[in-house]
Write a protein that binds this ligand. Structure first.
Ligand code: SAM
Ligand code: SF4
Ligand code: FES
Length: 329
């Protein structure tokens, strides 16, 4: 698709044909199975000040936590016991979690639980990424958030767009399966920018693409901004599926948080991954990137049951295996 064709589709109100085509492309390139990744939000400490995010360091209303190595391992163990063959370790950026501890944790999860490990820890040095890879990490998620440098600078005042893209390049060079993505409906974002975002995703030849609607958080400077809509998020998702073909694309928590059927709808227009939360319940309410986040008072087993029902209701199956990149088989 050309940039103009993408913009046209983003502006189109009739979505049936687009969604149908995305579903067809998903079936053809990814099959009917849905991959599950158990998400462990192990620390809400963050050294950055992104304007959109509830974890930003200037949000003094938030009680901070950092799970111990033992607690994270126990959460990963619980995920493996449920049957998830892949876990995602996510936290704030520069959260001061000792690199040595992280590496030991990853090595232990890999050797004892035999699950795939994805990291989502933000920007790090090349040496740190290399150490985490050597410890056994398989994948890394780092959204570029927007391909507009100007908007990036406005929303992430203490980060650099070039550095973010450099990190993505390093991750690829180090042999990680790389995921990136954006928020849809950011204040100041245009259809043209979203089209550029999609073309950048294609150019980066990503293994995974994660997107979600921007959701305004009352504890941030963007509290009065309009949130993104599910409709535009789904159109963006469908186009990403058609353009990138065989990437792993999750139906994200943010989609489920702005619409009770958000994730089900995403699975029907291109998504092939779900990320059930396996964070211990007592920490969940503290990992509030945005308001009305789903699963805040649920336990890992509740989410597992809910997800199994969701997948079955759509006549899809749950994938077996770790669900590695479809580009490297
Ligand atoms: N700190 C790491 C980073 O920024 O890459 C990883 C964790 S961060 C919480 C994960 C993602 O949450 C970000 O990439 C961003 O897209 C998303 N996010 C943050 N605030 C959000 C909001 N208000 N609405 C929707 N998504 C949000
Ligand atoms: Fe920190 Fe990530 Fe939130 Fe930015 S998006 S404030 S880096 S947790
Ligand atoms: Fe957590 Fe539905 S996925 S309760």
């Amino acid at each position: 698709m050309t940039k103009n064709e993408i913009i046209e589709q983003l502006n189109e109100d009739r979505t049936a044909a687009l969604f149908g085509e995305a579903d067809r492309v998903r079936r053809l390139h990814c099959g009917n199975a849905v991959h599950l990744r158990g998400l462990i939000e192990f620390s809400n400490c963050c050294g950055r000040d992104c304007l959109y995010c509830g974890l930003r360091r200037s949000n003094r209303e938030l009680k901070r936590y950092r799970m111990s190595v033992e607690e994270v391992f126990a959460a990963a163990q619980a995920a493996a016991k449920i049957g998830y063959q892949s876990v995602v370790l996510q936290s704030g950026e520069n959260d001061q979690y000792p690199l040595f501890d992280l590496c030991g944790l990853i090595a232990r999860i890999k050797s004892e639980l035999k699950v795939a490990v994805t990291l989502s820890l933000g920007e790090k040095t090349r040496e740190e990424y290399a150490a985490l890879k050597d410890a056994g990490a398989d994948r890394y998620l780092l959204r570029f958030e927007t391909s507009s440098e100007k908007l990036f600078r406005a929303l992430k005042p203490d980060s650099s767009y070039d550095e973010r893209l450099r990190c993505l390049r390093w991750l690829g060079e180090l042999g990680y399966q790389v995921g990136s993505g954006i928020m849809v409906g950011l204040p100041g974002q245009t259809m043209e920018m979203i089209a550029d975002d999609i073309l950048l995703m294609k150019e980066l030849d990503l293994d995974m693409v994660g997107i979600g609607p921007f959701i305004a958080n009352p504890c941030t400077p963007l509290k009065d901004a309009a949130s993104g809509t599910l409709e535009l998020t789904l159109k963006t998702l469908a186009i990403i599926r058609i353009v990138t073909r065989n990437t792993h694309i999750p139906a994200t928590t943010a989609m489920g948080s702005i619409d009770p059927k958000g994730r089900q709808k995403a699975l029907q227009c291109g998504a092939n991954v779900l990320m059930p939360n396996v964070t211990p319940t007592r920490y969940r309410s503290l990992y509030q990137l945005y308001p009305n986040k789903i699963c805040i008072s649920d336990a890992p087993a509740d989410c597992a049951g809910c997800i199994a029902g969701m997948v079955a209701s759509l006549d899809r199956t749950i994938a077996t295996g770790p669900g590695h990149s479809l580009k490297r088989n």
